[in-house]
Design a protein around this ligand. Structure first.
Ligand code: G3P
Length: 218
């Protein structure tokens, strides 16, 4: 499973990248707004900076919701860097735009996915990645991981090549379960990635080893 970080924060991207296990970055309008990035030029420059920091795919989301503006924005975003993947919402115009991008060799990430039916449409349109929002499904009282399992089964049976990108990750356990469910990619906040490191027995064991190491010193 590939590891992406789900943020537009450069310090967090650098920290995750420094671990050596980062395969890419995903952003969305809310994450860009959180960093105070405003205006087209600033947004484009921010994506360029991220692409220069990380050797992997960087999802950049369109703001438009009609076919023509999704296409125009997507073309501009894709021109920033070869690693840019155009993130398109799962709406009627979005599906049509994904098909257009596919035919024009522009890679896409279909976002705001909450059902298997939406996953089938995105795959038919040729989406490179599909982003089901696990945390938001859990928040609404459903089981996000069951959706990943269902999409995995459908994609395997049908031979769809679209990669399942588990998004809206809220905890280290979400990452583990996404891996078990067969997600191709998991996009995570930095805290959830670092949370995978933690185990009290590791800390206790290391403290003991360090204490005993002192006894072996001359
Ligand atoms: O990138 C989209 C997704 O990961 C959003 O996560 O936590 O806002 O539901 P969240």
């Amino acid at each position: 499973m590939k590891f992406f970080i789900d943020t537009a924060n450069l310090a967090q991207i650098a920290e995750a990248n420094d671990l050596g296990i980062l395969d890419g970055v995903t952003t969305n309008p809310s994450l860009m707004a959180k960093e105070g990035i405003k205006g087209t030029d600033a947004i484009m420059n921010h994506y360029k900076t991220i692409c220069e920091m990380v050797d992997g795919d960087v999802s950049a989301e369109v703001f438009g919701t009609d076919f023509d503006s999704i296409i125009a924005e997507g073309q501009k975003l894709a021109a920033i860097h070869p690693n840019i993947v155009v993130k398109v919402p799962m709406i009627k115009a979005g599906v049509k735009a994904i098909k257009w991008f596919t035919e024009n060799n522009i890679r896409t990430n279909c976002t705001l996915v909450f059902s298997a039916g939406q996953a089938i449409l995105a795959a038919k349109a040729g989406a490179t990645y599909l982003s089901p929002f696990l945390g938001r499904i859990d928040d609404s009282g459903w089981d996000g991981m069951m959706l990943i399992e269902q999409i995995r089964a459908i994609y395997d049976i049908q031979g769809y090549q679209t990669e399942i990108l588990a998004a809206s990750i809220r905890s280290p356990n979400h990452i583990i379960s996404a891996a078990e469910a067969g997600a191709d990619v998991c996009t995570c906040p930095l805290d959830s990635i670092l949370g995978l490191l933690k185990h009290p027995l590791t800390d206790i064991g290391l403290a003991k080893f360090l204490e005993d190491a002192k006894k072996t010193e001359l």
